[in-house]
Structure formats: structure tokens, C-alpha cells
Design a protein around this ligand. Structure first.
Ligand code: ASP
Length: 349
């Protein structure tokens, strides 16, 4: 079994509030590197493990995240996968749930922890939440069970006191420190005096499965939110967009839509053109059940695919990943209905 001092954690800094360290005299932003980290969090020296830091050449606000950035993160993880025991990704909070979802699909058969965290207040501010978030994330990334295996070999988000499966999360608060929730799956761990792991919920790669990073994503997708009074010509024009390959349709309640013939016609036309439409609910918790009400059934008949209890972030990035792999429409629909990375609970309806 590895000794604590042999464990190597790679911190990947992409940007976001956590690293916006201002020089109090000049007001200029400091470079975020190993030295500035140690200056602001001297406690890091008390960890026995080895900690390395990689920074995105040009750190970004996470509103600027895009598939090319996810590919870069995956490349960094893949290039250091054999050498390192765990990864901590520092990221802005705004699009963190999208990144966590994308990485969960791009890192197939992941056998090592990838813990994503950030903060609402920058390191260097007196009341920063970044320090606790980072220290606990490192501890989780390095944690081993009695057999010396990683405690959480998953892509997760750690924020405030909760460790959540990344592809189940949503940002719910623009201000509070408790900024993320996983409504449809309990937390994987809770950090109080002790870090208590819900081991029965944690995914493990199938033994002998080889880690396989994926780099190709296709973003010919759109999210369309239904609302009372939505106009037919607006929906139709969105659906006529050339190159469109998939729509994440945010419906009401358990997957319902207005009973308008034009809507079902539009969806049928999309389906005939080969465009995939996935039904996710606008509600924060619960699942799409398309056989429950007549409106849901109508969508099913129009070729719409259920997204079960997955978040829109998870379905969007799953689509990007599947579309990037040029599989046939049937295969794509089959895989959409399969739980690939713990992102959804599939019902046998
Ligand atoms: N706008 C910032 C970002 O997402 C907010 C944050 O880091 O919390 O990069």
C-alpha cells in the first residue's frame, strides 16, 4: 500500500473567483502558481503528500468555458494519469456543473478521484471559502480505503461541506457559500469534523476496465425551455437551424408540454430530420415520466427521448460527447437511455 508521502495530487487551475488573488497595495491580480498558493494557504505544507500545480496558460472566468477547455483538462489528466493518484480542478462556479458533467463522460472508466472545486470569495480575502474548499478537496482526492484504493474514483464537486457526483449537480446560489446541490442523488460525502463517505453510493470502475479519455465533442446542440405562451414561429425557427443535431427540451413537471398540434408537428419533423430531442424537467428534483400524462405520451409518440432524472447540464454534455463519436442515430438513442456515468436513474417503463 502507498505511504501518504508517496501520494501525488495534481491541482489544475483553470480560473474563476478562487484564484483572483489581488495584491492589496496595487490592486493587480497575482499570478496563480504553486508559490502564491503556498503564500495564501501555508497549511498546504502540512499535507504529507506531494502536490503539483498546473495552470491554464490564460486563466478564464468560467462563463468562457467551452468544449476546447474541457478537452484541455482531459488532456492534462490523461497525460498525468499514471503518475498521479488524484486530481483537483479549480474552476469558476458559474459553469462548474457543466464541466463536471462533461468530464464525467469524457473520462471513461475513471479509476482516480477528480474533485472540482472553487469559491465564492477569492483566496486572499479574509472570509474566503476557497481555503476550506481546496484543503478538503485535496484530502478527498488523496483519501484511500483500507485496501489502499481511492475512496472516490469519480468526477465530483466539493463545495462547502458536501461532496457530490459532478454530473448530478446544479449551481443554485449566486451569493451563498453553499452554492451547489445534487437534488436527485444524496451527497457522496459530508465534511464535518470527520469526512464521512457514503460508500454505497460511490461508483467504482469495473475491474480490469482500462481508463479511456475522450476528446471529441460536438456542440451542434441547443437547450429549449418551454413556457406558457411560447410562440410557434419562434420554436419552429429554432428547429429549422441548419446543422442542429440535438435539442434538450426543458418541459414542465414530470415531462409535460402544451397540447398544441404545432408543437408535436415540429417535434415530429425534427425527428424525421434525424435531430434528437431529449426531454428533461424544469423542476430541480424528480424525474421525467413520459407515460404518466397524455402530454408526455404525445411527446414520446413524436419521437422525443426521456432524460429521466438527469440534469440539463448532464444531458447537454452527454449529447455533445455522443454526437462527437459519430454513432448511428439508433445507437445514440440507445446510449442516451443508458446510465453511462451515474448521471441518471433509468426506469424500466
Ligand atoms: N464568474 C466566476 C466564474 O464562474 C464566478 C466564480 O468563480 O464563482 O468564473
Amino acid at each position: 500500500m502507498k505511504q501518504a508521502e508517496d501520494i501525488r495530487i495534481l491541482i489544475i487551475y483553470t480560473g474563476g473567483t478562487i484564484g483572483m488573488i489581488e495584491n492589496p497595495e496595487t490592486g493587480a491580480l497575482e499570478n496563480f502558481d504553486r508559490n502564491s498558493l503556498l503564500r495564501h494557504i501555508p497549511e498546504l505544507k502540512r499535507f504529507q503528500m506531494q502536490i503539483e500545480v498546473e495552470t491554464f496558460g490564460h486563466p478564464i472566468d468560467s462563463s468562457d468555458m467551452e468544449p476546447a477547455c474541457w478537452e484541455r483538462i482531459v488532456r492534462l489528466i490523461a497525460d498525468n494519469y499514471d503518475r498521479c493518484d488524484g486530481f483537483v480542478v479549480l474552476h469558476g462556479t458559474d459553469t462548474m456543473a457543466y464541466t463536471a458533467s462533461a468530464l464525467s463522460f469524457m473520462l471513461e472508466n475513471l479509476g482516480k478521484p477528480v474533485v472540482i472545486t472553487g469559491s465564492q470569495l477569492p483566496l486572499g480575502k479574509l472570509r474566503t471559502d476557497g481555503k476550506e474548499n481546496l484543503l478538503t478537496s485535496i484530502e478527498i482526492a488523496a483519501a484511500r480505503d483500507a485496501d489502499g484504493l481511492p475512496m472516490v474514483p469519480e468526477v465530483c464537486i466539493f463545495f462547502e461541506s458536501r461532496l457530490m457526483r459532478g454530473n448530478r449537480t446544479t449551481k443554485i446560489n449566486a451569493e451563498g457559500f453553499n452554492a451547489f446541490r445534487s437534488y436527485n442523488l444524496p451527497s457522496l460525502a459530508h465534511a464535518g469534523i470527520h469526512i464521512r463517505y457514503a460508500t454505497h453510493l460511490i461508483r467504482r470502475p469495473t475491474p480490469d476496465a482500462v481508463f479511456k479519455p475522450h476528446f471529441r465533442l460536438d456542440n451542434h446542440v441547443i437547450i429549449l425551455t418551454l413556457f406558457p405562451g411560447i410562440r410557434s414561429e419562434f420554436v419552429e425557427s429554432v428547429c429549422r437551424i441548419e446543422g442542429l443535431k440535438a435539442v434538450v427540451l426543458k418541459t414542465f413537471g414530470s415531462g409535460n408540454a402544451p397540447q398544441r398540434p404545432w408543437l408535436f408537428d415540429t417535434l415530429r419533423r425534427l425527428s424525421r430530420r434525424g435531430v434528437i430531442v431529449v426531454n428533461v424537467t424544469q423542476c430541480s428534483a424528480g424525474s421525467v415520466e413520459m407515460r404518466h400524462y397524455r402530454t408526455g405520451l404525445g411527446l414520446l409518440k413524436a419521437g422525443v427521448v426521456p432524460g429521466y432524472d438527469a440534469t440539463p447540464e448532464a444531458i447537454l454534455t452527454k449529447l455533445m460527447m455522443l454526437l462527437g463519436h459519430n454513432c448511428s442515430r439508433d445507437e445514440l438513442i440507445r446510449r442516451l437511455g443508458t446510465d453511462m456515468a451515474g448521471e441518471m436513474t433509468v426506469e424500466n417503463d
